[in-house]
Design a protein around this ligand. Structure first.
Ligand code: NAP
Length: 252
C-alpha cells in the first residue's frame, strides 16, 4: 500500500542531506517545497525532481527570521497545498574552542538550528493540526553528545532533541509525530568545510573519522534520507519523540 501524497517542506535542501531528503520523499510520491537562503541555489534540485516526474518548487527563506518563515510557509500552503510534513534540516557550523568563540558564532548557530526549527514548526503545525495528521523530523547530530570545538553546535543539536520530545508530547493527540535523526560523519559540503577549516584534506579527515566508525565507512546523505523516509511513513504513526542515531554504530 503506498502512502497518501503530501506536501513536504525540507529546509536547507539546496544541497547535501536536505537535497537527498527532497529526492527521496519525491520518489515516495510527495510534492516537495525546497526552502533555502537563495532561490537560485534551490533550482538544480527542483529541476532534477521535476525531470524525474516529481513535483517541487523552491522558496527562498531564512529559517532564523520570523517574517521570512511565515511568508514562505503561507506561500507554500497557497501554491502547493497545506504542508503536512516538515523536515528541519537547515544548518550551519561556526566551530571554535570556547575561549575563541564569539557571541556571533554562538547566536548564528542557535539562530539557524534552534530558532529556525522553532519558527518553521510553529508555522507548519497549524496546517497539521487542521488536517489531524502531520510529521516533523528534526536534524540533530552525534555532536549533541559533546564534540571539541562545537560548544554552540553541540548545545543546539542537544536542544533539538529536547525540542523534538516536547513537540511529540504536545502534538501527538492531533496525529502529528515528531522525531529526530542524529547523523554521525556524513560526506557533504559541511564536512568538506570542516576539513578545510582545520587545514587537512577531506580524504585525511574521512580516513581518521572512518577508523572510529564500527561499520567502517563514512555516511552519505542517502543514509540519512532513508531514515527520514521511515519517520514520514503512514505506518510509522506510533513512533514519536525518538532520536535515531544514523552513525554507523551507537555513536560517532
Ligand atoms: P550543508 O551541505 O552545509 O547544507 C545545509 C544547507 O542549509 C545549505 O544549503 C545552507 O545554505 C542551508 N542554510 C543555512 N542556513 C540557512 C538558513 N538560515 N535558512 C535556510 N537555509 C539555510 O549541510 P549538511 O551536511 O547537508 O547538513 C544538513 C543538516 O544535517 C544540518 O542540520 C547539519 O547540522 C546536520 N548534520 C550534518 C552532519 C554531517 O556530517 N554533514 C552530521 C550531523 C548532522 P547556504 O549554502 O546558503 O548556507
Amino acid at each position: 500500500m503506498s502512502d497518501t501524497p503530501r506536501t513536504v517542506i525540507v529546509t536547507g535542501a539546496a544541497r547535501g542531506i536536505g537535497a537527498s531528503v527532497a529526492r527521496r520523499l519525491s520518489r515516495e510520491g510527495h510534492a516537495i517545497a525546497i526552502i533555502d537562503l537563495d532561490a537560485d541555489a534551490c533550482q538544480s534540485i527542483v529541476d532534477e525532481i521535476v525531470a524525474e516526474g516529481g513535483t517541487a518548487q523552491g522558496f527562498a527563506a531564512d529559517v532564523s527570521d520570523e517574517v521570512s518563515v511565515e511568508n514562505a510557509v503561507d506561500a507554500i500552503a497557497l501554491t502547493m497545498g497545506p504542508p503536512l510534513v516538515l523536515v528541519n534540516n537547515a544548518g550551519i557550523l561556526r566551530d571554535n574552542l570556547l575561549f575563541k568563540m564569539t557571541v556571533d558564532d554562538w547566536d548564528a548557530v542557535m539562530g539557524v538550528h534552534l530558532r529556525g526549527a522553532f519558527l518553521m514548526s510553529r508555522a507548519a503545525q497549524r496546517h497539521m493540526i487542521e488536517a489531524r495528521w502531520g510529521r516533523i523530523v528534526n536534524l540533530s547530530s552525534t555532536s549533541a553528545l559533546g564534540n571539541r570545538g562545537q560548544a554552540n553546535y553541540a548545545a543546539a543539536k542537544a536542544g533539538m532533541q529536547g525540542f523534538t520530545k516536547t513537540l511529540a508530547i504536545e502534538l501527538g493527540r492531533y496525529g502529528v509525530t515528531v522525531n529526530a535523526i542524529a547523523p554521525g560523519f556524513i560526506e557533504s559540503e559541511m564536512t568538506i568545510g570542516t576539513a578545510a577549516r582545520i587545514g587537512i584534506s577531506f580524504d585525511d579527515l574521512k580516513s581518521a573519522m572512518v577508523k572510529e566508525i564500527p561499520v567502517g565507512r563514512a555516511g552519505t546523505p542517502d543514509d540519512v534520507s532513508a531514515a527520514v523516509a521511515f519517520f514520514v511513513r503512514e505506518d510509522a504513526s506510533f513512533v514519536s519523540g525518538q532520536v535515531l542515531y544514523v552513525a554507523g554504530g551507537p555513536r560517532a
